[in-house]
Design a binder for this molecule. Sequence first.
Ligand SMILES: C[S@@+](CC[C@H](N)C(=O)[O-])C[C@H]1O[C@@H](n2cnc3c(N)ncnc32)[C@H](O)[C@@H]1O
Length: 246
Amino acid sequence: MPQNPPTHDNLYAQPLGHVPDFSFDSAVVEVFDDMINRSVPGYASIVSLTGHLAARHAQPATRLYELGCSTGASLFSMRRHVEATGCTLVGVDNSSAMIEACRHNLSKAGGSAAVELYCQDFFDSDISNASVVVLNFTVQFVPKEKRDALINRIYKALQPGGILILSEKICFDDPRQQQLHTDMHHAFKSQQGYSDLEIAQKRSAIERVMQPETLQAHYNRLRGAGFDNAEVWFQCFNFLSLVALR
Ligand SMILES: C[S@@+](CC[C@H](N)C(=O)[O-])C[C@H]1O[C@@H](n2cnc3c(N)ncnc32)[C@H](O)[C@@H]1O
């Protein structure tokens, strides 16, 4: 079925006297697919290859989760590729506007596996009998003091042989690396058609609510939870994706 092009993101195109904190509200949901594709270098590749990673590790009669699923891109990529029988795809997001958009997209997504969508805080969700868990650009929005508990729970919920796919914006201890990657991200966004004003206003809105960590901090947390086998499988500047094997 032909898909409508995503609504163009121009939320930060006009000067805003006061730039409010970024939130996943209905205005953001309306433009989200365009925003994330034009803001995260490599996003489309990560989403599409997540389906292949999931297909390789999905076990029959298990649950495949996307926590912080937004409009469901990775969830539907998994649904298209996974062939293991009796799997249930589970999407969780605490933004009702996101879950509504995700439910709408479900009607257009390929694949036949059962899908369950929950509008709730994933700290309150049942996470069990999992062979795949996806956290795509979501941990960076979780308060830092709660991140260990989340990864610990996921490790315990995964079957042996299961995987966690963890995609994040990262930061760097070295100030020159930090500046280089910040500048390259800015160049990417300019190339995608965002003006300097849009980039500056979006940065000011998001930096109070999004807290990236170093790659080492992610490795330490994964190892602390029990994942002693984790590697970066994709990186473009300060955006990367890790695969952690249970
Ligand atoms: C950047 S978006 C994720 C993008 C999505 N995974 C993708 O690949 O398109 C982060 C999402 O996480 C959700 N989120 C953040 N904290 C959450 C929590 N504690 N429980 C449920 N959802 C949460 C937000 O509502 C938002 O939709």
